[in-house]
Write a protein that binds this ligand. Structure first.
Ligand SMILES: C[S@@+](CC[C@H](N)C(=O)[O-])C[C@H]1O[C@@H](n2cnc3c(N)ncnc32)[C@H](O)[C@@H]1O
Length: 412
C-alpha cells in the first residue's frame, strides 16, 4: 500500500538524487537512441558485435596492451550493450529493483550494467575461461558451461562467444552455455543482447532462477561464477558455488579455480591513500613497495575451490543462521603500532592456469577495511558490539551464509 503524505507537494520541491540521476540517464539514453536510430538494426548489431570482438582480441592478445586502449575498447562494448538494454524496454521496476535475498544482495540491472567495464576482472576471467575451454575440448567433442548470476550482460562469456563466432575458433556444436539469473530485468536484457549478438546457437538456455537452489538437468563441464564484492561480502558467491559444485562432472572445473581470502592489519592512510597518490590507475602492478612492507599480513582466512566446497561443513545456529568455519589465526605479537592498525580483508582470484584477478585489479578484489575489529585497543563506546582482542590472541573466523554474507571473528 502506498504511504499517504500530508504534504503532497513536498516531493516535487526537492530532487531525489537517485531518481534525478535515473531520470538524466533515461533521458540521455533516449536521446542517444534517437541519434543512433538512424542506424538500421543490422548496422547497430554489427557495431555491437564488433565492439565485443575487439575487446576480446585485445584481452586475449599475448603482447602487452596499453591501459588506455583497453579502457576505450571496454567503454565501446559498454555503450553498445547499454543500447541493446534500452531496446529491451525494461520497466522502471525491472531496471531498478534491488533487494536482499536469503543468500545475499540481488543487484538491479541498472547497477549491474557497469560490470562490463571492469577491464581487469574480465581480462582475468576471459583468458582463464579461454584456456579452460581449450583444455576441455582436447578430450571432448563438446562441453556444457553453466554461468549463474550472470547479470544483464553476462560479460564473462558473451564477449568471448562473440570472439569465437567471429574467428570461428569454436563452433556452437562444441560449446553450449546455460545462462542463469534470478532477476527478471536481467533476463530480459540478456535475451535482447543474445539476440543482438546473434549468439542464440551457442546458448542452450537462459533461465530465470535462484542459483542457490537451481538444479540443471545436465552435468556441467565448466562452472563460471563471479558474484562477489570486496572483502568477500554482500553477494552470494559462496552459497551459489557451494550448491552448484555438485553438478560439475568429476573432471569438471570451477572458474575461478581458487579464491583465496586473506586478512592484513594496515595503517589506513598508507594502504588506501599514500600508496595511490602517484599511481595512474588502481592495479596490483601499481602497488607501492613501501606500503606493502608496512602491512602486517595475517594469512589466509578462507580458500574457496572445488575441493574445499565439496568438504565444507555448515553449522546451524539458533534462529537458523548458517555459518562455515574458516581459519584460526594467531595475531602476531611485538607489532608496536598494532593499536593504530585496521583489519583489511582482500581476495586473490585464480581463474584458471596462470590467469587471475589480483588485489586492486578490480573492485571485487579491493581490500575492504573492517572498522569493527579492534586489536590492543578498545572502542570508545561502552555498549559496542565490536570485536576486541590483543596481540597474541587466537581468532577463529566464521563465514556467515545469510542475506548479509561476511566474516565473523570470534576469540578462541
Ligand atoms: C554484480 S551482477 C553479477 C556479475 C556478473 N557475473 C558479471 O560478471 O558481471 C549480480 C547479478 O547476479 C544475480 N544474482 C545474485 N545472486 C543470485 C542468485 N542467488 N541466483 C541468481 N542470480 C543471482 C543478480 O540478479 C544480478 O543480476
Amino acid at each position: 500500500m502506498e504511504a499517504q503524505s500530508s504534504q503532497p507537494t513536498a516531493s516535487l520541491q526537492y530532487a531525489d538524487p537517485q531518481v534525478d540521476e535515473l531520470l538524466k540517464h533515461s533521458i540521455r539514453t533516449q536521446l542517444e537512441s534517437l541519434l543512433k536510430a538512424k542506424l538500421t538494426t543490422g548496422q547497430r548489431q554489427l557495431l555491437l558485435q564488433k565492439s565485443f570482438v575487439d575487446a576480446m582480441t585485445l584481452v586475449l592478445s599475448n603482447t602487452q596492451v596499453e591501459h588506455l586502449q583497453l579502457v576505450c575498447a571496454f567503454e565501446a562494448m559498454y555503450d553498445q550493450a547499454v543500447q541493446s538494454m534500452a531496446l529491451a524496454q525494461l520497466s522502471q521496476e525491472q531496471l531498478t529493483r534491488q533487494y536482499v535475498s536469503a543468500s545475499g544482495l540481488i543487484m538491479s540491472p541498472y547497477n549491474c550494467k557497469h560490470t562490463i567495464k571492469d577491464v581487469y576482472r574480465i581480462q582475468g576471467y576471459a583468458r582463464g575461461v579461454d584456456q579452460a575451454i581449450q583444455s576441455k575440448l582436447k578430450h571432448s567433442p563438446s562441453i556444457t558451461i553453466l554461468y549463474p548470476a550472470c547479470g544483464p550482460f553476462a560479460p564473462l562469456l558473451l564477449p568471448l562467444l562473440s570472439y569465437y563466432k567471429d574467428t570461428e575458433k569454436y563452433t556452437k556444436e562444441q560449446i553450449q552455455v546455460i545462462l542463469l539469473d534470478v532477476h527478471p530485468g536481467a533476463i530480459l536484457a540478456l535475451k535482447q543482447l543474445v539476440k543482438d549478438l546473434q549468439l542464440d546457437d551457442y546458448i542452450l538456455r537462459i533461465e530465470q532462477s535462484d542459483a542457490t537452489t537451481y538444479q540443471p538437468n545436465e552435468s556441467i563441464d565448466l562452472l563460471v561464477l563471479e558474484a562477489m564484492q570486496h572483502g568477500f561480502t554482500k553477494e552470494g558467491q559462496l552459497s551459489i558455488a557451494k550448491h552448484l559444485v555438485q553438478f560439475l562432472k568429476i573432471d569438471g572445473w570451477m572458474i575461478p579455480q581458487n579464491v583465496s581470502v586473506r586478512g592484513m592489519m594496515v595503517i589506513g592512510e598508507n594502504e588506501f591513500n599514500q600508496q595511490w597518490k602517484d599511481a595512474e590507475y588502481s592495479h596490483s602492478l601499481n602497488m607501492d613497495a613501501s606500503a606493502q612492507q608496512d602491512r602486517v599480513e595475517l594469512g589466509e582466512i578462507l580458500s574457496i575451490n572445488k575441493s574445499t566446497l565439496l568438504n565444507m561443513q555448515e553449522l546451524e545456529l539458533q534462529g537458523g543462521v548458517k555459518v562455515i568455519p574458516a581459519s584460526q589465526i594467531t595475531l602476531p605479537k611485538g607489532i608496536e603500532d598494532m593499536s593504530k592498525r585496521i583489519l583489511a580483508i582482500y581476495a586473490h582470484i585464480d581463474t584458471f592456469a596462470k590467469e587471475g584477478v589480483g588485489q586492486y585489479d578490480s573492485g571485487i578484489t579491493h581490500p575492504k577495511p573492517d572498522m569493527t575489529f579492534y586489536i590492543d585497543t578498545k572502542p570508545r563506546d561502552i555498549e559496542h558490539t565490536h570485536f576486541v582482542a590483543n596481540s597474541g590472541d587466537t581468532v577463529q573466523f566464521y563465514y556467515q551464509l545469510s542475506g548479509l554474507p561476511g566474516f565473523v571473528p570470534v576469540k578462541v
